[in-house]
Design a protein around this ligand. Sequence first.
Ligand code: HAM
Length: 418
Amino acid sequence: MAIKAVKGVKDILPADIGKWRAVERAAREQFARFGFKEIVLPIFEKTEVFTKGVGEETDIVQKEMYTFEDRGGESITLRPEGTASCVRAFIEHSMFHPPGTVTKLFYMGPMFRRERPQAGRFRQFYQIGAELFGSAEPEADADAIHLLHLFITAIKIKGPKLMLNSLGCEECRPPFKAALVDYLGARKEHLCEACQGRWERNPLRVFDCKVEKCQDVMKDAPTIDKHYCPACAEHFSKVEKRLTLLNIPFTVNPRMVRGLDYYTRTVFEVTAEGLGAQNSIAGGGRYDNLVKSSGGPQVPATGFAVGMERLMESIGGELEMESGAPDVYIVFMEEAADEVCRIAGELRQSGIKVERAYKPAGIKNQMGKAGNSGARFALILGADEMAKKTAVIKDMKTGEQSAAPLDAVAADISKKLH
Ligand code: HAM
């Protein structure tokens, strides 16, 4: 039996790479417009980067991390997300200097969560993430959301919906949590087993529980919007105003919480059509205390991440893709093998994409392959051509053929292509 990939991970095959790269290119274009610079972060970190960063009480830390002891006895974790790593790097490289600096970073790469695999939910998945450090202003939240909006518009995501909330701050969240704990305490026997175990420690998570009886309980639960302190209320209304000015449609959902504990104030999620239960293509928000709680100075921050696999599933139109087709397909007979080696070498050295057989089959068979490859030109070197020391260049679009002396073929094709 051949070995298969691990459950919940998948290969991105060459047939899908054109689309994948088009999505990455669109992201890079938007990042450039907003001044975000790329950072390449390690795939594994010391476990405490995530236990401290993402939060001990989250599902990610409690149940989903790939954690192991390496041979030196150190606890290592495959990153379940990028924000905590990015914060670690931000602090480690003192990117907060001089005070007041705004640092805008983006990253792309695999994340690992041992979730139950299902459509759109993987154990290794790819994120494109953006983190903006050094501004507590609502403008920074609006910029992050605007960037995300332009990106998903550029890649023609089907039916995107932006949901927005504010989770308040260390001043207004505790009284809200206390009200929620009171409410849940009076109804704890109606909660599912998981929520009975967490309502006191992490009451906000109950909003996210998919079990029907928990959802019933939460229908009348207190919501954060009634508890905002004046500063949080003002921040949120400014974010809403900016999004309206930018013509970005959104819905406020005071019951929306996030699966990571570091958020303060603005949080958001984007869903798309046609994805089934796992329809969240992006999530993010503000995290003003994470840099400090990770050992750095008090630096406010905001950001988001998109999930590549879900994006790929929800693209509703044609994207401009780089063609993987060769420029030239060389069709030849055995006696031309040396010439083919030389000409293919010359073409490739001058930057032209060449496809050729290593052992030639019949000319007809090779012409069929040249057609299927999508090549712009077929270069034909048969017995006749060898006798005449020429090659035939066939334009695969028009069918037009011309002959060129062997030593001028590469130059001739270069001219035709440029
Ligand atoms: P998140 O909401 O956990 O946020 O993940 C962001 C996106 O990653 C999701 O909307 C989804 O598209 C994708 N995703 C998450 N888990 C899976 C999975 N198991 N399989 C496939 N796709 C998945 C974060 O990770 C935060 N770090 C975002 C952030 C950045 N907040 C501030 N800055």
